[in-house]
Design a protein around this ligand. Structure first.
Ligand SMILES: [Zn+2]
Ligand SMILES: [Zn+2]
Length: 311
């Protein structure tokens, strides 16, 4: 398995070292880095110059021990070395842009991209905790026993319910990852208490005993499986409330953002077939805005009035 880096990531990480924010970088080395870098500006061809910059940054990235941090972590996951061709590291693009993605090309070559903030090299401890969590996700994805599928097959769920089901999947997976890491004596991304509270919120419609049992089983599950998560995430309870359209979300019928959703019980049942005929795929769970309801009520009123006249 080969480690690869985006140019801007390696550059930012090298500069983090020269800024003095990483321990063990001597001022002599920093001076040498800048001298060597200065010289590269003399290369006339832009592509060659960029390649030379990248090579220099990468050299110092290795010299300052940053690659070792990653390589050592990878060694903890035998499946990565066995099943992965490339592990590429890119810079995070924003606050919530972290995590790892797996790609398989037509020839069956597997590569993964992990997003990392170069600033993370300031503190190896928390960097390793983060990497260990993300690489466990990756190792699970590569493990045939886990049975990972990139797309969740969730027939019959509307988009809001699918989103919630995906959030539940993430929640369950993270519990089993941090549970395993804790058992191995590592620092999890979130504590058992934090996970249990999140789980309890996500499955608030379950009795306390079932919540506690299921959580405990997940936390000490040493070999979780995709299929087990699927069973838990499609529990229709809670999902039924998930359709409750958010204030300001778009009405599925007219497409306009609305804060005036029609309450679940306030939709006259005899209007449903008319709406469904005009909007195939619409279900009552998706809701509608007050203005659309008025329109359909007016239409129904007009139809029944003209019906009476004709009769
Ligand atoms: Zn995670
Ligand atoms: Zn509407």
């Amino acid at each position: 398995m080969e480690l690869r880096y985006d140019e801007d990531f390696v550059e930012a990480a090298a500069f983090l070292c020269t800024s003095g924010r990483r321990k063990g970088v001597s001022s002599l080395q920093i001076a040498r880095f800048h001298r060597e870098r200065e010289r590269l500006y003399a290369i006339p061809d832009a592509d060659e110059r960029n390649t030379a910059f990248f090579r220099l940054h990468l050299e110092w990235f290795r010299e300052w021990g940053l690659e070792d941090v990653l390589a050592d972590l990878v060694k903890e996951f035998p499946l990565l070395r066995k099943k992965l061709d490339v592990l590429a590291v890119r810079q995070t693009r924003g606050k919530n842009d972290e995590g790892v993605e797996l790609y398989v090309n037509e020839a069956g070559r597997r590569s993964a991209i992990i997003a990392l903030s170069p600033g993370a090299f300031e503190r190896d401890g928390s960097l390793k905790d983060y990497l260990r969590h993300e690489l466990t996700h990756l190792s699970d994805m590569l493990d045939p026993a886990f049975g990972y599928l990139p797309e969740l097959d969730l027939p019959g769920l509307n988009p809001a319910q699918q989103r919630l089901a995906r959030e539940r999947y993430r929640l369950l997976w993270d519990i089993t990852i941090d549970g395993r890491l804790s058992a191995a004596g590592h620092t999890p991304m979130a504590s058992r208490e934090q996970h249990e509270a999140a789980f309890s919120r996500g499955y608030s419609f379950w009795p306390e005993a079932r919540k506690a049992d299921t959580f405990a089983n997940l936390w000490r599950n040493t070999a979780p499986r995709h299929a087990e998560f699927l069973v838990l995430i499609v529990d229709p309870r809670g999902l039924r409330d998930a359709h409750q359209p958010a204030p300001g979300a778009s009405c599925p019928l007219c497409g306009f953002p609305t804060f005036a959703w029609v309450a679940a019980g306030a939709l006259p049942p005899d209007l449903v077939p008319t709406i469904a005929t005009q909007h195939p795929g619409w279900t009552t769970e998706q809701g509608l805005c007050g203005r659309c309801l008025e329109t359909y009520e007016a239409l129904a009123g007009a139809a029944s009035t003209s019906g009476r006249r004709a009769g």
